[in-house]
Design a protein around this ligand. Structure first.
Ligand code: ZN
Length: 130
């Protein structure tokens, strides 16, 4: 059971924002609350991501900050996911991170650009097959 209806008896959710995409959450919509980070997630994100990915994304944003799609509408940003992965890999290689750190940091950047973990995994595979 991933989602439940929030309590709408008071206005405590008036300024509540989704912990993944930062959209305002009103009292009537379905939400999911993480039991580990306590982040509240909007219905769009519930539909978009599996529960495992939701927990992973919440943890990544807790550590590295930002939100899903933060860089998506950037004026100079017309990046494809391939470009984002390639550019980020080049930058991160200089930092000599281990493979897990590299993966997490890459996924974080990809999320900031509004790409999903599934898109990331699919493109990373293509990238590594080259
Ligand atoms: Zn959301």
């Amino acid at each position: 059971m991933i989602a439940y209806y929030g309590n709408n008896e008071n206005n405590s959710r008036r300024n509540l924002k989704c912990a993944i995409c930062r959209i305002n959450i009103d009292n009537k919509t379905k939400t999911y609350q993480s039991r580990t980070t306590f982040g509240v997630v909007c219905y769009n994100c519930i539909k978009k991501f599996s529960q495992d990915y939701i927990e992973l994304i919440l943890n990544i944003f807790l550590v590295y900050r930002g939100y899903f799609g933060q860089l998506k509408d950037h004026k100079d940003c017309k990046h494809s996911i391939e470009t984002v992965i390639k550019d980020t890999m080049t930058k991160l290689k200089q930092k000599k991170l281990n493979i897990d750190e590299l993966n997490t940091r890459l996924l974080h950047i990809v999320l900031l650009y509004g790409f999903t973990p599934n898109e990331y995994i699919k493109n990373l595979k293509l990238f590594l097959e080259e």
